[in-house]
Design a protein around this ligand. Structure first.
Ligand code: CMC
Length: 428
């Protein structure tokens, strides 16, 4: 007999089915709660206990520090796969054969031009504009140049929309950086791999050749894979909820970029480096900042620490920490903030405030140090996160649309004024 959960309310008992996932995660299915009980709803600010969907893309166990894409461990993927293979895996469900991968990349290259008119939109931004705002706007602007709606009943239509985005997004990322740096805008080099091409588009100087450094390409490949999906986080939930209104793929992704921007989410990688730099300039006194982080009257938080779901360790942070040592060593970069970061981590792991609250370094604690070593400016860190997260957002959007999920529309408990009479201006 299948399990059920019982809710007792106003002296009556109501039964609700239990949904069990493939990794034995259990949930109470409360779809009929309001109807059955005549108005009862659940209240869960920040959705800490609320599952918004059933999904077959990413499995995350925060207690044990497990992260898997389509059943493959993140550690194995980071060591063995290319970012494009992982993108295929996330979006279409299986690792691609060589033939499937070749076709994917050939299709991407064919779509990798961005309408020249888009440059005028970019020109409208001041150089000082934050790259995340620019990227979100440009992604949204792509709709004007690719207006057809995606017919989710057509595999071909879905595929074409996805290819367009995978192809054009890296160009927009590169343009966002180049505009900021006053460099001419350019297109890619189709003789290069997906990640190598991104590097060249970002860093090639007009009058110099650009040789891709394999150490840099491999480090970026790994970072992009580690960021590629993370189930129902803030930006992914945003993408799904915007897409649930049947807004198109580009509009949904543009909204996801805005959600990622915040310092509690993807913006943390920029905030971490700024924090570490601040500590360095302040004499490197990590103890002082640990104290600030623990002081409830001080708004300072240890950026790059803590996670909504990981309560033991973030497996991505483990990989990135090791990678930071390797990459900086291979590139011959000495960055004093790496030592400050390691010092802070050591102190936090021995401090009861952090231990009791299960606060550990997250993916963003060390990623900025690698980005910096690769020559990526601080304000571009969150853009790099968006580039990595793109396949995950697409996969989640595709899954949601193919399953024909209903429009996302939470309820609320109203706590405002009861009905009152309109007050004329002179009486207010
Ligand atoms: N420094 C100091 N105290 C913290 C921190 C921190 N970084 N994070 C959480 N706490 C404390 C918090 O004050 C609270 O204490 P108390 O119980 O005494 O009130 C307790 O720990 C629980 O915190 P919370 O804010 O209720 O936890 P949450 O699950 O809502 O938030 C978080 C998770 C990631 C937003 C939060 O840990 C945080 O703000 N971290 C810093 C920002 C950051 O690094 N974000 C990147 C997340 S990973 C990348 C991504 O996927 O977006």
């Amino acid at each position: 007999m299948s399990k059920k959960a019982t809710i007792e309310f106003d002296g009556k008992k109501y039964e609700f089915p239990i949904v069990v996932g493939t990794e034995n995660e259990v949930a109470i299915q409360i779809k009929s709660l309001r109807g059955d009980t005549g108005g009862l709803i659940t209240l869960d600010p920040g959705y800490k206990n609320t599952g918004s969907c059933e999904s077959a893309i990413t499995f995350l166990n925060g207690e044990e520090g497990i992260l898997r894409y389509r059943g493959y461990a993140i550690e194995e993927l980071a060591d063995n796969a290319s970012f494009l293979e992982v993108a295929y895996l996330l979006i279409f469900g299986e690792l691609p054969t060589q033939q499937q991968l070749d076709k994917l990349y050939a299709d991407i290259k064919r779509e990798s031009n961005v309408d020249e008119e888009m440059k005028k939109i970019l020109d409208g931004f001041p150089k000082s504009a934050h790259p995340m705002g620019v990227l979100s706007s440009l992604t949204s602007a792509l709709i004007a140049f690719n207006p057809s709606a995606v017919n989710v009943d057509s595999e071909e239509d879905m595929y074409n929309a996805i290819i367009k985005l995978l192809a054009k997004f890296p160009v927009l990322v590169a343009w966002t950086l180049r505009k900021r740096q006053g460099q001419p805008l350019d297109y890619g080099d189709s003789s290069l791999g997906y990640v190598e091409n991104i590097l060249k588009m970002m860093f090639k100087k007009p009058s110099e050749n650009y040789e891709v450094d394999p150490v840099v390409a491999s480090a970026l490949n790994k970072l992009l894979i580690l960021h590629a999906d993370h189930e129902q986080n803030c930006s992914t939930s945003t993408v799904r909820i915007v897409g649930s209104s049947h807004a198109g793929l580009f509009a949904s992704i543009s909204a996801g970029i805005s959600a990622l921007w915040g310092p509690l989410h993807g913006g943390a990688n920029q905030a971490v480096i700024e924090m570490l730099e601040g500590i360095k300039q302040d004499g490197g006194d990590t103890k002082k900042y640990m104290k600030k982080a623990k002081d409830k009257n001080d708004p300072f938080r240890l950026m790059g620490f803590g996670h909504r779901v990981y309560k033991n360790f973030d497996p991505r942070a483990k990989i990135i920490k090791k990678s930071a040592d390797e990459v900086l060593g291979k590139l011959g970069v000495q960055d004093p903030v790496l030592d400050i970061a390691k010092g802070l981590e050591k102190e936090a792991l021995e401090d009861s405030y952090f231990v009791d609250r299960k606060l550990y370094p997250n993916v963003d604690f060390y990623s900025g140090i690698i980005y910096r070593a690769l020559g990526i400016p601080t304000e571009m860190f969150t853009v790099m996160f968006a580039l990595g997260r793109l396949p995950g957002w697409i996969a989640q959007w595709r899954e949601m649309r193919l399953k024909k999920e209903p429009i996302g529309r939470p309820r609320q408990v109203y706590t405002g004024e009861n009905l009152r009479s309109f007050k004329p201006m002179e009486n207010r």
